[in-house]
Design a protein around this ligand. Structure first.
Ligand code: PLP
Length: 569
């Protein structure tokens, strides 16, 4: 009530027990009938059962009071009441908080990267709907390329700057002590300190969130930091999670260290074996399943839809690392993923300049549908915020709010505003770039398949790949541009190949505009034994490629030259 009053709304309390008294300066009435004058919206702050009675009363008085909207608060759901409103031409909203929705939709600048769905090139004041005050009615825009360019970055409200500004600040002023208190209590939304939130970072969060079709997103200093924040929100000491066997090597290392240092345990399973996954998920302390949509580096594609069926059965969320595919090629949420995680360092930034990560909450997992002690961070009172319960206060934005106000606040792996700006620039061209990455990767993979020096090529975009059919379902625009191939000449041939490349860079990174190559056995995986290297898909013969945006024929001629330099032993 206080928040809405501050935004200029008149809020009239109705409560028979308080009738005649004042609440926050407004006179309280015993019933709707007694409220003088018209009522735009009836906001129901009662139990779900009581909502029907209030709705019936509102419908009965809709013409007399000009009632246009019945709004049921977060946690209040009543299908009969909804049907009644719809049948009577009254707009209805259920299980939502006006404060949160106001902040999300009306540009409460730079808080937590919630998906507003708003795309507009009109300058607008915070708190006003896009186009408010203008006579033009605005169409809605939803194309992938449009979202890449516009989502999260309207013209700057203060200056009209069309490029989104870099808010290079650590702190933010409070209007007064009351304002500060309500921010610290999470009763109102706004920036407190740069470790928790920043407007430029929030713009990127909203963009990635919108591209994934999610509800809220949290950006972090790196992809690994995103993984840490995601797990920190869901796991406690002694908890367990299940992860795919086909993961980026760095994720294996991180999960192992978490086991040693945090007391979280992890089982790696073959995620193409449903019975193995089901059995692993049955661990009594299991909190989630973690897979990669397109696994780095082997061109392996997870059957997200099948896995989401298994996680639903087990009552745990499905987290999908979508770094290699990007939302331009695959949207895991559309197939049932609950959390989508990114290293933005790769294709999202696209230029090899900025580390970063992101966790998108699709808003699909009902954290309250499982016992309250399963995800206590979200469903039990948080002492750091005067006993506030995130699920109760923020509904399907609980995860994202917790990730900022506890995860980032207490762990500190916050994305720098400059990196958010550079990544925003990168995402503008994401759809275009991914199409070209795919086109070039397909040409290079086809070329490699025909080379006498090459033993095998593992690219899901090739018809010869066992993942080809799955690629058509999950990555219809193409199977990305990171893949591996094997050299018949083994270790020595691998070293000769990477050392004789002149256009393709010898780099331990992926998703750059430049083509990159790596011989894992002599670099990233050199400390491992032969058996460990083979198990990790980094055998002596393996070359990992990340095909960039150069002219495909130039990439191919660079490789032809490198092949000619392989010394036969
Ligand atoms: N996930 C995948 C699939 C990756 O390839 C990487 C890095 O290569 C990461 C996560 C970790 O990201 P970062 O290097 O930004 O910490």
């Amino acid at each position: 009530m206080k928040y809405l009053q501050k935004k200029g709304y008149e809020v009239i309390p109705v409560n028979p027990g308080m009738a005649g008294k004042e609440i926050l300066g407004a006179k309280c009435y015993a019933s709707l009938a007694e409220v003088p004058g018209p009522i735009d919206m009836v906001d129901i702050f009662r139990s779900s059962d009581a909502a029907l009675e209030v709705t019936k009363d509102a419908i009965q008085r809709k013409d007399e009071k000009n009632i246009r909207v019945v709004w049921m608060q977060l946690g209040v759901r009543n299908e009969e009441a909804r049907e009644l409103c719809e049948a009577n031409g009254v707009q209805v909203v259920m299980d939502r908080c006006p404060k949160i929705e106001f902040s999300r939709l009306f540009g409460e600048l730079g808080w937590h990267g919630f998906n507003s769905g708003v795309i507009s090139s009109k300058r607008r004041q915070v708190g006003r709907a896009p186009g408010a005050g203008s006579s033009q009615s605005a169409p809605t825009f939803s194309g992938l390329e449009t979202r890449c360019v516009h989502s999260g970055t309207p013209p700057d409200a203060n200056t009209g700057a069309r490029a989104f500004p870099i808010y290079q600040t650590s702190g933010y002023v409070f209007e007064d002590v009351d304002d500060a208190a309500s921010l610290f209590n999470l009763q109102s939304f706004g920036n407190i300190y740069g470790r928790l939130s920043n407007p430029t970072v929030a713009a990127l969060e909203e963009r990635i969130c919108t591209l994934e079709g999610g509800r809220g997103a949290t950006c972090t200093a790196s992809g690994h930091a995103a993984q840490l924040v995601a797990l920190f929100t869901l796991m406690g000491p002694g908890d367990h999670f299940v992860a795919s066997k086909n993961l980026y090597g760095g994720s294996f290392n991180q999960f192992k260290k978490m086991q040693e240092k945090f007391g979280w345990t992890c089982t790696h399973v073959d995620v193409d074996d449903p019975s193995a996954v089901r059995e692993a998920l049955s661990h009594p302390r299991c909190k989630l399943l973690w897979v990669e949509s397109l696994a780095n580096p082997g061109g392996v594609i997870s059957d997200i839809e099948m896995l989401s069926g298994l996680t639903k059965e087990a009552g745990v969320p499905l987290a999908v690392d979508n770094t290699m595919a990007t939302p331009a090629l695959c949207q895991p949420g559309a197939f049932g993923a609950d959390l989508v995680v990114h290293s933005t360092t790769k294709f999202l930034s696209g230029n090899g300049t900025s580390l970063g990560g992101c966790v998108v909450d699709m808003g699909s997992f009902d954290w309250s549908s499982v016992p309250a002690d399963k995800f206590p961070s979200l469903t039990q009172p948080e002492p750091g915020y005067h006993g506030l319960t995130f699920w109760e206060s923020f509904g399907d934005l609980a995860f994202t709010t917790h990730a900022h106000t506890v995860g980032l606040r207490d762990l500190g792996p916050t994305m720098a505003p400059m990196n958010a700006f550079l990544t925003l620039l990168g995402t503008e061209t994401l759809a275009l770039r991914m199409d070209r990455h795919v086109e070039n990767a397909s040409k290079v993979a086809t070329f490699l398949e025909a080379q006498p020096e090459v033993a095998w090529v593992s690219y899901a975009g090739l018809e010869s790949s066992s993942y080809y059919t799955r690629a058509q379902k999950y990555l219809p625009r193409g199977a990305g541009s990171v893949f591996t191939f094997g050299l018949k000449g083994g270790y020595k041939a691998g070293v000769d190949f990477v050392e004789n490349l002149h256009l393709v860079s010898h780099v331990a990174n992926l998703g750059d505009s430049r083509s990159l190559a790596l011989h894992p056995a002599s670099t990233t995986h050199r400390q491992l034994s032969d058996e460990q290297r083979t198990a990790a898909g980094a055998g002596d013969d393996v070359i990992r490629l990340s095909i960039g945006l150069e002219t495909a024929e130039d990439i191919i001629s660079d490789m032809k030259h490198a092949f000619s330099k392989i010394v036969q032993v």
